[in-house]
Write a protein that binds this ligand. Structure first.
Ligand code: MEV
Length: 296
């Protein structure tokens, strides 16, 4: 039997912008997806959400790894699937690791992420690659897509980040559809979108400094501005705003959608552990799912 895991992630700044080659900041969560594979006559996935697309995605990773054997795939997930927390990337990375383990194949993190990206392409069209990078290596990173791959800079965390992830339990459209809708809006108003893109670009260096020097109040402010820009791009929803305003009412330093948006999840930067628990409880009272996660 081969075993593998992949981390769930949150994006602190820059989802959607990252698809257009702008820098983004992301962090892996302590939550994981774990996979066990055993050789089998046919590919078989044991999971409630298994469908044809999932199978095609895993086949793409296998092809990239030059593996021709089939597997029985058992999935154990600590995060909701399809909720903006990089579940598909965590799953792809876990699968690649498990297959490499079962096939006694030595594999580097760079190769794991590369093979997992082939699954991600099946799931999401032309994803930026930030999700599979974080799912593979963990930690917090500054990520920028380049013509040949990506520039990845690990970030130092000056003061632990008490995060709350609020999950709406709903998502309007696939990540691929939401990315296409944003592209259509940008094509309609390119000059206005350039201004939005410039605003995001201007925050990134200061946000990196805020993270590394522990100025979490400043980071929270950048997250709030980022959410405003994402709202302008049409990727928030009523449920996202309910979570975000519940968190802000309880003094959250920053609150924004995370991932593709239009439902899915929100990331909240709380003042401290106690504040994170209060916010998580309030989100649950509204009928949504909430988890706390410490990034350090
Ligand atoms: C990533 O979790 C969400 C998007 O930025 C898509 C991507 O980067 O591939 C919307």
């Amino acid at each position: 039997m081969g075993k593998g895991f992949g981390y769930a992630k949150t994006i602190l700044l820059g989802e959607h912008f990252v698809v257009y080659g702008l820098p983004a900041i992301g962090a892996a969560l302590s939550k994981k997806i774990e996979i066990e594979v055993t050789k089998a006559p046919h590919m078989k996935i044991e999971a409630a959400h298994a469908d044809g697309k999932l199978l095609l995605g895993l086949e793409a990773a296998k092809k990239s790894m030059k593996i021709t054997e089939n597997f029985n795939v058992k999935i154990k997930s600590e995060i909701p699937i399809g909720s903006g927390l990089g579940s598909s990337a965590a799953l792809s990375v876990a699968f690649v690791r498990a297959v490499a383990d079962e096939s006694k194949m030595f594999i580097t993190d760079h190769e794991i992420s590369k093979h997992a990206y082939e699954s991600e392409r099946v799931f999401h069209g032309v994803p930026s690659g930030i999700d599979n990078t974080l799912a593979t290596q963990g930690g917090a990173i500054l990520f920028q897509k380049t013509q040949t791959g990506a520039e990845i800079t690990p970030l130092k965390i000056g003061r632990p980040l008490n995060l709350v992830i609020g999950n709406t339990g709903k998502k309007r459209g696939s990540t691929e559809d939401i990315i296409s809708a944003v592209k259509a809006r940008r094509d309609k108003n390119p000059e206005i979108y350039n201004d939005l893109f410039n605003a995001e670009k201007k925050m990134i260096d200061s946000a990196v400094t805020a993270i590394s020097s522990g100025k979490i109040e400043d980071l929270g402010e950048f997250m709030n501005i980022n959410h405003g820009l994402l709202c302008s791009m049409g990727v928030s929803s009523r449920e996202n705003e309910m979570i975000i305003y519940a968190a802000r009412d309880l003094g959250a330093l920053g609150a924004k959608i995370t991932g593709a948006g239009c439902g899915g999840s929100c990331t909240i930067l709380a003042k401290n552990e106690k504040n994170a628990e209060e916010i998580a409880n309030e989100i649950r009272k509204l009928g949504f799912i909430a988890i706390t996660s410490l990034v350090q």
